[in-house]
Design a binder for this molecule. Sequence first.
Ligand code: ATP
Length: 240
Amino acid sequence: GTSMRYFEARGLTVNYDRVRAIADVNLAFDEGQVASLIGANGAGKSTTLRAITGLVPLAGGEVWFDGARIDQLPAPRRVEIGVAMVPEGRRVFPQMSVRDNLLMGAYARKDRGAIASDLERILVRFPRLKERLRQGAGTLSGGEQEMLVIGRALMSKPRLLLLDEPSLGLAPLVVRDIARLIIEVNRDEGMSIVLVEQNSRMALRVSQYGYVLETGRVALEGPSDNLLNDPKVKELYLGG
Ligand code: ATP
Protein backbone atom coordinates (compact mmCIF):
# COMPACT_ATOMS: atom_id res chain seq x y z
CA GLY A 1 0.00 0.00 0.00
CA THR A 2 0.90 3.65 -0.08
CA SER A 3 2.57 5.02 2.99
CA MET A 4 1.50 8.42 4.18
CA ARG A 5 4.16 10.87 5.23
CA TYR A 6 3.84 12.92 8.44
CA PHE A 7 3.05 15.99 6.37
CA GLU A 8 1.78 16.06 2.80
CA ALA A 9 0.51 18.90 0.67
CA ARG A 10 -0.90 17.57 -2.57
CA GLY A 11 -1.58 19.73 -5.58
CA LEU A 12 -1.95 22.96 -3.61
CA THR A 13 -3.43 25.65 -5.79
CA VAL A 14 -4.33 29.17 -4.65
CA ASN A 15 -5.80 32.06 -6.60
CA TYR A 16 -6.03 35.66 -5.47
CA ASP A 17 -9.08 36.89 -7.37
CA ARG A 18 -8.27 35.52 -10.83
CA VAL A 19 -4.51 35.52 -10.43
CA ARG A 20 -2.96 32.12 -9.77
CA ALA A 21 -0.43 32.48 -6.93
CA ILE A 22 0.55 28.81 -6.57
CA ALA A 23 -0.28 25.84 -8.78
CA ASP A 24 -0.04 22.13 -8.02
CA VAL A 25 2.48 22.46 -5.19
CA ASN A 26 3.39 19.11 -3.63
CA LEU A 27 5.32 18.89 -0.37
CA ALA A 28 6.08 15.89 1.82
CA PHE A 29 8.29 15.29 4.82
CA ASP A 30 8.61 13.16 7.92
CA GLU A 31 8.19 13.96 11.59
CA GLY A 32 11.18 15.81 12.99
CA GLN A 33 12.34 17.11 9.63
CA VAL A 34 13.03 20.67 8.52
CA ALA A 35 11.82 21.37 4.99
CA SER A 36 12.75 24.65 3.35
CA LEU A 37 10.97 26.62 0.63
CA ILE A 38 13.18 28.98 -1.31
CA GLY A 39 12.57 31.16 -4.33
CA ALA A 40 12.43 34.73 -5.54
CA ASN A 41 10.03 37.44 -4.40
CA GLY A 42 6.51 36.55 -5.41
CA ALA A 43 7.33 32.91 -6.16
CA GLY A 44 4.52 31.81 -3.80
CA LYS A 45 6.35 30.83 -0.63
CA SER A 46 4.16 32.79 1.78
CA THR A 47 1.03 31.75 -0.07
CA THR A 48 2.03 28.11 0.41
CA LEU A 49 2.26 28.64 4.17
CA ARG A 50 -1.08 30.47 4.21
CA ALA A 51 -2.63 27.56 2.33
CA ILE A 52 -1.32 25.12 4.94
CA THR A 53 -2.67 27.19 7.85
CA GLY A 54 -6.00 27.97 6.18
CA LEU A 55 -5.51 31.72 5.89
CA VAL A 56 -6.32 31.54 2.18
CA PRO A 57 -8.87 29.26 0.52
CA LEU A 58 -7.62 26.48 -1.73
CA ALA A 59 -8.65 26.45 -5.37
CA GLY A 60 -7.40 22.88 -5.38
CA GLY A 61 -5.40 20.32 -3.48
CA GLU A 62 -5.26 18.71 -0.06
CA VAL A 63 -3.26 19.07 3.15
CA TRP A 64 -2.58 16.01 5.30
CA PHE A 65 -0.98 16.19 8.72
CA ASP A 66 -0.22 13.20 10.93
CA GLY A 67 -2.65 10.99 9.07
CA ALA A 68 -5.55 13.43 9.03
CA ARG A 69 -6.81 15.65 6.26
CA ILE A 70 -6.77 19.23 7.58
CA ASP A 71 -7.52 21.47 4.61
CA GLN A 72 -11.21 21.54 5.40
CA LEU A 73 -10.67 22.61 9.00
CA PRO A 74 -11.04 26.28 9.91
CA ALA A 75 -7.72 28.01 10.60
CA PRO A 76 -8.13 28.19 14.42
CA ARG A 77 -8.75 24.45 14.55
CA ARG A 78 -5.48 23.84 12.70
CA VAL A 79 -3.68 25.86 15.38
CA GLU A 80 -5.35 23.70 18.03
CA ILE A 81 -4.10 20.49 16.46
CA GLY A 82 -0.57 21.86 16.47
CA VAL A 83 0.11 23.79 13.29
CA ALA A 84 1.66 27.13 14.25
CA MET A 85 2.83 29.84 11.89
CA VAL A 86 5.24 32.67 12.55
CA PRO A 87 4.33 35.18 9.84
CA GLU A 88 6.76 37.50 8.14
CA GLY A 89 7.29 40.84 9.88
CA ARG A 90 7.77 40.01 13.59
CA ARG A 91 4.51 41.25 14.94
CA VAL A 92 5.16 41.46 18.65
CA PHE A 93 2.80 43.25 21.03
CA PRO A 94 5.10 46.28 21.42
CA GLN A 95 3.61 47.73 24.61
CA MET A 96 3.62 44.40 26.42
CA SER A 97 6.59 42.86 28.20
CA VAL A 98 8.62 40.06 26.68
CA ARG A 99 7.15 37.71 29.28
CA ASP A 100 3.55 38.63 28.47
CA ASN A 101 4.24 38.28 24.75
CA LEU A 102 5.48 34.74 25.38
CA LEU A 103 2.46 33.91 27.54
CA MET A 104 0.14 35.14 24.77
CA GLY A 105 1.38 32.17 22.75
CA ALA A 106 -0.28 29.87 25.28
CA TYR A 107 -3.67 31.62 25.28
CA ALA A 108 -5.51 28.66 23.74
CA ARG A 109 -3.98 26.05 26.02
CA LYS A 110 -5.92 24.46 28.81
CA ASP A 111 -3.02 22.81 30.63
CA ARG A 112 -2.42 25.83 32.89
CA GLY A 113 0.05 23.99 35.08
CA ALA A 114 2.38 23.12 32.21
CA ILE A 115 2.56 26.66 30.88
CA ALA A 116 4.91 27.95 33.57
CA SER A 117 7.31 25.05 33.10
CA ASP A 118 7.21 25.46 29.32
CA LEU A 119 8.05 29.13 29.76
CA GLU A 120 11.05 28.17 31.88
CA ARG A 121 12.19 25.61 29.32
CA ILE A 122 11.85 28.05 26.44
CA LEU A 123 13.79 30.72 28.32
CA VAL A 124 16.70 28.31 28.71
CA ARG A 125 16.85 28.18 24.92
CA PHE A 126 16.44 31.96 24.59
CA PRO A 127 18.85 33.51 27.10
CA ARG A 128 18.57 36.91 25.45
CA LEU A 129 14.84 36.91 26.15
CA LYS A 130 15.37 35.67 29.69
CA GLU A 131 17.58 38.71 30.36
CA ARG A 132 14.85 41.00 29.01
CA LEU A 133 11.66 39.48 30.44
CA ARG A 134 10.30 42.75 31.79
CA GLN A 135 11.40 44.87 28.88
CA GLY A 136 8.77 46.18 26.45
CA ALA A 137 8.78 43.98 23.36
CA GLY A 138 8.78 47.04 21.10
CA THR A 139 12.23 48.01 22.39
CA LEU A 140 13.89 44.72 21.37
CA SER A 141 16.27 44.55 18.41
CA GLY A 142 15.07 42.90 15.20
CA GLY A 143 16.85 39.66 16.00
CA GLU A 144 15.45 39.61 19.54
CA GLN A 145 11.94 40.26 18.20
CA GLU A 146 12.35 37.33 15.82
CA MET A 147 13.41 35.14 18.75
CA LEU A 148 10.37 36.40 20.65
CA VAL A 149 7.87 35.51 17.92
CA ILE A 150 9.44 32.07 17.54
CA GLY A 151 9.36 31.60 21.33
CA ARG A 152 5.75 32.76 21.41
CA ALA A 153 4.84 30.18 18.76
CA LEU A 154 6.61 27.48 20.78
CA MET A 155 4.47 28.41 23.79
CA SER A 156 1.46 27.10 21.84
CA LYS A 157 3.14 23.65 21.93
CA PRO A 158 3.04 23.13 18.17
CA ARG A 159 3.85 19.90 16.40
CA LEU A 160 4.55 21.66 13.13
CA LEU A 161 6.15 25.09 13.05
CA LEU A 162 5.91 27.23 9.91
CA LEU A 163 8.45 30.06 9.77
CA ASP A 164 8.07 32.81 7.17
CA GLU A 165 11.33 34.64 6.43
CA PRO A 166 12.81 34.71 9.94
CA SER A 167 16.09 36.19 8.63
CA LEU A 168 14.52 39.09 6.74
CA GLY A 169 16.42 42.33 7.30
CA LEU A 170 18.76 40.94 9.95
CA ALA A 171 22.54 41.37 9.99
CA PRO A 172 24.57 38.28 9.02
CA LEU A 173 25.66 37.52 12.58
CA VAL A 174 22.07 37.71 13.78
CA VAL A 175 20.94 35.48 10.91
CA ARG A 176 23.46 32.98 12.21
CA ASP A 177 21.88 33.14 15.69
CA ILE A 178 18.43 32.53 14.22
CA ALA A 179 19.74 29.63 12.12
CA ARG A 180 21.33 28.07 15.20
CA LEU A 181 18.08 28.48 17.11
CA ILE A 182 16.07 26.71 14.40
CA ILE A 183 18.61 23.87 14.32
CA GLU A 184 18.42 23.48 18.11
CA VAL A 185 14.62 23.54 18.28
CA ASN A 186 14.54 20.86 15.58
CA ARG A 187 17.28 18.74 17.10
CA ASP A 188 16.43 19.01 20.80
CA GLU A 189 12.64 18.94 20.59
CA GLY A 190 12.28 16.97 17.37
CA MET A 191 10.16 19.82 16.05
CA SER A 192 8.98 19.50 12.46
CA ILE A 193 9.53 22.80 10.68
CA VAL A 194 8.74 24.38 7.33
CA LEU A 195 11.16 27.24 6.73
CA VAL A 196 10.44 29.88 4.09
CA GLU A 197 13.50 31.96 3.26
CA GLN A 198 14.92 34.36 0.73
CA ASN A 199 18.26 33.55 2.31
CA SER A 200 18.60 30.30 0.38
CA ARG A 201 21.99 29.38 1.77
CA MET A 202 20.80 29.67 5.36
CA ALA A 203 17.60 27.75 4.60
CA LEU A 204 19.41 24.88 2.89
CA ARG A 205 21.97 24.64 5.66
CA VAL A 206 19.27 24.41 8.32
CA SER A 207 16.92 22.03 6.48
CA GLN A 208 17.23 18.40 5.45
CA TYR A 209 15.06 18.80 2.35
CA GLY A 210 14.37 21.78 0.12
CA TYR A 211 11.90 23.00 -2.48
CA VAL A 212 12.63 25.70 -5.03
CA LEU A 213 9.51 27.65 -6.03
CA GLU A 214 9.38 29.53 -9.31
CA THR A 215 6.27 31.46 -10.32
CA GLY A 216 4.02 29.42 -8.08
CA ARG A 217 5.34 25.97 -8.94
CA VAL A 218 7.93 23.63 -7.48
CA ALA A 219 10.74 23.90 -10.04
CA LEU A 220 13.22 21.73 -8.18
CA GLU A 221 13.35 19.73 -4.96
CA GLY A 222 15.70 17.39 -3.17
CA PRO A 223 17.87 16.82 -0.13
CA SER A 224 19.23 20.21 0.91
CA ASP A 225 22.85 19.08 0.52
CA ASN A 226 22.14 18.20 -3.10
CA LEU A 227 20.50 21.57 -3.73
CA LEU A 228 23.45 23.37 -2.13
CA ASN A 229 25.69 21.68 -4.71
CA ASP A 230 23.32 21.97 -7.67
CA PRO A 231 24.85 24.22 -10.37
CA LYS A 232 21.53 25.85 -11.23
CA VAL A 233 20.65 26.51 -7.58
CA LYS A 234 24.16 27.88 -7.01
CA GLU A 235 23.89 30.24 -9.92
CA LEU A 236 20.35 31.46 -9.35
CA TYR A 237 19.93 31.33 -5.57
CA LEU A 238 23.34 31.12 -3.90
CA GLY A 239 25.19 33.88 -5.71
CA GLY A 240 27.38 31.66 -7.88
P1 ATP B 1 7.77 37.28 -0.88
O1 ATP B 1 9.05 36.68 -0.49
O2 ATP B 1 7.93 38.56 -1.64
O3 ATP B 1 6.77 37.34 0.21
P2 ATP B 1 6.53 34.89 -1.85
O4 ATP B 1 7.36 33.88 -2.55
O5 ATP B 1 6.21 34.63 -0.43
O6 ATP B 1 7.19 36.31 -2.00
P3 ATP B 1 3.74 35.28 -2.22
O7 ATP B 1 3.69 36.38 -1.23
O8 ATP B 1 3.18 33.99 -1.82
O9 ATP B 1 5.23 35.05 -2.70
O10 ATP B 1 3.05 35.78 -3.56
C1 ATP B 1 2.78 34.93 -4.66
C2 ATP B 1 1.98 35.70 -5.70
O11 ATP B 1 0.69 36.01 -5.21
C3 ATP B 1 2.61 37.04 -6.10
O12 ATP B 1 2.39 37.24 -7.47
C4 ATP B 1 1.85 38.04 -5.28
O13 ATP B 1 1.81 39.30 -5.91
C5 ATP B 1 0.47 37.43 -5.21
N1 ATP B 1 -0.23 37.78 -3.95
C6 ATP B 1 0.22 37.53 -2.70
N2 ATP B 1 -0.68 37.95 -1.77
C7 ATP B 1 -1.71 38.49 -2.47
C8 ATP B 1 -2.95 39.10 -2.11
N3 ATP B 1 -3.32 39.22 -0.83
N4 ATP B 1 -3.75 39.55 -3.10
C9 ATP B 1 -3.40 39.43 -4.40
N5 ATP B 1 -2.26 38.84 -4.80
C10 ATP B 1 -1.43 38.38 -3.86
